[in-house]
Design a protein around this ligand. Structure first.
Ligand code: GLU
Length: 466
């Protein structure tokens, strides 16, 4: 059975790159009817925080990347790493190293001076020296001295690294916590991981992990190293390129399914397909179509994808999504037209929920157009037509077609083109120059609110010169 995992280190929020790795691991497990495991790699005590763990769990939850097992926390498995480490020690596959920081630094400095690559020189590997008193040793793994590690990466193809390139890595720190490479190996083995799908910043760790797995007599998982995500300028993705935290996208009004759809296309493709459901993605997803070159993050495209999802989103669902954004804009969604109808009217015009809420403000809060906005539209010559229209609007049936008829008739009577009348009305009723069709807007505002605003604003028109 296929078993994949997502194994973030809780040293920050769930970022775009992590979310994509999680999505690919999740989709691969789902595709093959396997299991997806969440593991929090929190043994770097200096850098891991509970807030980051929470942020990661929240991000996974918001995206709907449900896991079948976990979350497992490495800090709760310390006894297990200790046990496996002792086993390696007993079998002569690992050894204590007492070299101090200063000593190691001096060793590396000398290597650099000789033009060599800095690496641990194995000074405690077969040492019979008496350990210096008072020093807590680290545990190092005896990397095989010769031979190559060869593996078939499912994205990158065959990779071969000579053991001579690898030094004896620390597997247990002096404080009894495992290093990253050791924790991963023990866990991948204990959790029966069959496919390790992760960022290719870990490809250099893989030969070390394979050596360790072999030393443990464990079967090797298959590896798929996914190229990095870069900003449009080709630099490593960072804040400069837009939000990097997944939860920031939630705050900015993106839909989780849109973000997932976008992430799915970031370094993976299925023909020219751009918009597809998560179910469809699971059906199509294969590691063979992951691109070998880095993907570029494009916020405009993400925004476009989000727009496609908003356009077809179910109104009842949209109502729930947009409500908190309206509240944040100081609007009470209960005081005004039905939110379903408002979202239905606006959803085709915006890219995010936040924009949708911003565009809906005038339905839920009184607006007063500023002088700069009034000036170009509130012409003395238009005033009689507006007054005429107000009279009509008191009488007509309150629906968009009837309102539209009244607008047209009044414009005609006063020798105006429709926009010459509709624009001032739009500004008077909404405080905006861009809105959906004004008849539909007025209908939703309701006769009472619409007339109250129009009457008040009519008072702001300059008096006609006699
Ligand atoms: N904890 C590692 C990280 O966050 C990932 C480990 C792995 O996937 O093997 O970069």
């Amino acid at each position: 059975m296929v078993r994949t995992r997502f194994a973030p280190s809780p040293t920050g929020f769930l970022h775009i790159g992590g979310a994509r790795t999680a999505l690919f691991s999740w989709a691969f497990a789902r595709r093959h009817g396997g299991r997806f495991i969440l593991r929090i790699e929190d043994t770097d005590l200096d850098r891991s925080t509970a807030e980051s763990t929470q942020a990661i769990l929240q991000g996974m939850d918001w995206l709907g990347l449900n896991y079948d097992e976990g979350p497992f926390y490495q800090t709760q498995r310390l006894a297990r790493y200790q046990e496996v480490a002792e086993d390696l020690l007993r079998k002569g596959l690992a050894y204590h190293c007492y070299a101090s920081k200063e000593e190691l630094e001096a060793m590396r400095e000398a290597q650099r001076e000789r033009g060599e690559k800095p690496r641990y020189d194995g000074r405690w590997r077969d040492s019979r020296q008496t350990p210096p008193p008072g020093i807590k040793p680290v545990l190092r793994f005896k990397t095989p001295l010769d031979g190559n590690v060869v593996f078939d990466d499912l994205v990158k193809g065959s990779i071969s690294v000579s053991n001579a390139e690898l030094d004896d890595l620390v597997i247990m720190r002096a404080d009894g916590t495992p290093t990253y490479n050791f924790g991963v190996v023990v866990d991948d083995r204990d959790m029966d991981i069959t496919h390790v799908i992760r960022g290719d910043d870990h490809v250099n760790n893989t030969p070390r992990q394979i050596n360790l797995l072999r030393a443990l007599g464990a079967p090797l998982p298959q590896y798929a190293h996914v190229p990095m995500i870069l900003g449009a300028d080709g630099e490593r993705l960072s804040k400069r390129h837009g939000a990097v935290s997944v939860m920031q996208y939630r705050e900015d009004g993106y839909l989780p399914e849109a973000l997932l759809n976008y992430l799915a296309r970031l370094g993976w493709s299925h023909g020219d397909e751009e918009i597809f459901s998560l179910e469809q993605f699971v059906e199509w997803f294969d590691l063979g179509h992951i691109s070998r070159s880095p993907a570029k993050f494009n916020p405009e495209k993400l925004s476009w994808v989000n727009q496609q999802y908003l356009k077809v989103a179910n109104d009842a669902r949209l109502r729930e999504w947009v409500r908190p954004f309206l509240l944040a804009d100081g609007c009470d969604p209960e005081q005004g037209p039905s939110l379903d109808r408002v979202t239905a009217l606006l959803k085709g015009r915006v890219s995010t929920l936040e924009e949708l809420a911003d565009a809906a403000v005038y339905f839920y809060r009184d607006i007063v157009p500023g002088e700069a906005l009034r000036e170009p539209y509130y012409g003395a010559a238009i005033r009689p037509a507006v007054a005429d229209l107000l009279g009509q609007l008191r009488e007509v049936a309150w629906n968009a077609p009837a309102i539209n008829d009244a607008l047209k008739a009044v414009a005609k009577r006063h020798g105006l083109k429709l926009p010459q009348l509709a624009m001032p009305i739009r500004v008077m009723a909404t405080g905006e120059t861009h809105t959906p069709s004004i008849d539909a807007v007025l209908e939703l505002l309701g006769r009472e609110t619409a007339l109250a605003r129009l009457e008040r604003e009519l008072g702001k028109f300059p008096a006609a010169h006699s």
